[in-house]
Design a protein around this ligand. Structure first.
Ligand code: NAD
Length: 434
């Protein structure tokens, strides 16, 4: 098939490269001409394992192209995916100007039948607006369909997630749209959930809200664990082995971040409010997530007492491992709060340093974990990168001014660290701080 992907970010590039790999002819378009110029020269603007190779391979085989002209992309493609950003506004409402802009652009440039697929995460009923916008601005008398096909990939394992999804959801309102999407995704051999458009839109928001709820739930349990001397890891294991509950998204830590959960939760709360439903549960999920950062800060104060003039080594900037994405990363809030109290920060992340440099003025960006430890009064682990789990802890102890580790992701064995002579504070592992 001839496919256009409008919006060449994390989702657009992965979708484009994977659909090209499946044998389609794909144009990835974006209004950021610098990004497109880079992609044409082989510069992939994000770090995502395997993506650069996949792009290179498909460009070479002449299945994947890049363009800053939405017009050309629309003209040449029968199926158009909208994968632009849908950022939050101050009040939590989704900013849909990108979606509207693309819809208008498509309407003006369609020269034959088009299937317009909403891939971006949007509030329920957005597709109705997309359809209305296209009908309003349409230039040539051609037929079109709209569909919703939410994306569930995770940054860090995006290609594998796209190629081997748990399920593919699409919401359609015509037989033709259904057949096109079924045939497009046939090679993936994944379970299909075919619904009406609004259900598909809701499945995405409901899924992310549910996952965020699981995280906040276990974080709330971690608070109780610290108060009574229980271990949240044991509680989580004991709960998660129950198949009805499941182990995933049940790890206590510094709270969720990233470009999706905080934004999607806000958007879901906002649209529910607008529809007249007060989604109190999700408001609590959000509050617990915010509190979790203060909980970590209190742990640091428990050990260091006064933060002013203390040096704190921070391991991890990205909101999770295997990505360079720092959007809404808990690391940023934690570091800024520590700096506001007068701490000096020495930070290291395997991939996210470049993106964070401008946001974290005054922090020392170190060449590796050991340099971040050197001379620090304590070490704070914020992201569970594998290389942090494999550190030489004897060396870490020697480099730190004081052997204190605040393990915001529970990546270390408490007993081992205590045996090595560290003061160890994990999350919900029976340590003080309440
Ligand atoms: P991103 O910011 O990485 O990429 C968005 C791209 O859209 C940018 O390159 C931007 O230049 C481009 N763009 C914006 N407005 C445009 C316009 N009018 N015309 C052409 N291009 C335009 O965002 P992302 O992380 O890829 O997310 C895209 C959507 O997918 C969002 O709705 C997000 O919620 C959703 N989503 C993201 C993930 C994820 O893990 N990142 C997972 C599932 C769903």
């Amino acid at each position: 098939m001839n496919i256009a992907i409008v919006g060449s970010g994390y989702v657009g590039l992965v979708t484009g490269a994977c659909l090209a790999e499946l044998g389609n002819r794909v144009i990835c378009a974006d209004n950021d001409s610098k990004k497109i110029a880079g992609l044409k020269k082989g510069v992939v603007p994000i770090y995502e394992p395997g993506l650069e190779e996949l792009i290179k391979n498909n460009v070479k085989k002449k299945r994947l192209f890049f363009s800053s002209s939405i017009k050309d992309a629309v003209k040449e493609s029968e199926v158009i995916f909208i994968a632009v950003g849908t950022p939050p506004q101050e009040n939590g409402e989704t900013d849909l100007t990108g979606i509207e802009n693309v819809a208008r652009n498509i309407a003006i440039n369609m020269t034959g039948y088009r299937l317009i697929v909403e891939k971006s995460t949007v509030p329920v009923q957005t597709c109705e607006w997309v359809k209305h916008t296209i009908s309003t601005y349409i230039k040539h008398k051609v037929k079109f369909d709209v569909a919703s096909n939410p994306e569930f990939l995770r940054e860090g394992s995006a290609i594998n997630d796209f190629m081997h999804p748990d399920r593919i959801v699409f919401g359609v309102e015509s037989k033709k749209a259904k057949e096109i999407l079924m045939s497009l995704y046939k090679p993936l051999n994944a379970p299909l959930v075919i619904t009406n458009i609004k259900s598909a839109e809701l499945i995405k928001h409901a899924s992310n809200a549910f996952l965020a709820t699981k995280i906040s739930f276990i974080n709330a349990i971690s608070r109780i664990c610290d108060m009574v001397g229980a271990d949240v890891q044991e509680v989580s294991q004991g709960m998660g082995l129950d198949k009805r509950i499941g182990q995933s998204f049940l790890s206590a830590g510094v709270g969720y971040g990233g470009s999706c959960f905080p934004k999607d939760l806000d958007a879901f709360i906002n649209i529910s409010d607008k529809l007249g439903y007060d989604f109190k549960l999700l408001k609590a999920v959000k509050d617990i997530n915010e509190e979790q950062k203060n909980f970590i800060l209190r742990k640091i104060k428990d050990v260091l007492w006064i933060i002013k003039d203390k040096t704190i080594g921070v391991l991890g900037l990205s909101f999770k491992p295997n990505t360079d994405d720092i959007r809404n990363a808990p690391s940023l809030d934690l570091i800024k709060a520590l700096q506001a109290e007068g701490a000096k920060i020495r930070v290291y992340d395997p991939q996210a340093m470049e993106k964070a440099r401008d946001l974290l003025k005054g922090a020392k960006f170190c060449k590796d974990s050991y340099e971040a430890c050197s001379g620090s009064d304590c070490l704070l682990v914020v992201t569970e990168w594998r290389e942090f789990k494999e550190l030489d802890l004897v060396k870490v102890k020697k480099l730190l001014k004081r052997p204190v580790i605040i393990d915001g992701r529970n990546i270390y064995e408490q007993a081992l660290l205590e045996k090595l002579g560290f003061t160890y504070l994990g999350v919900g592992r029976g340590n003080r701080s309440e």
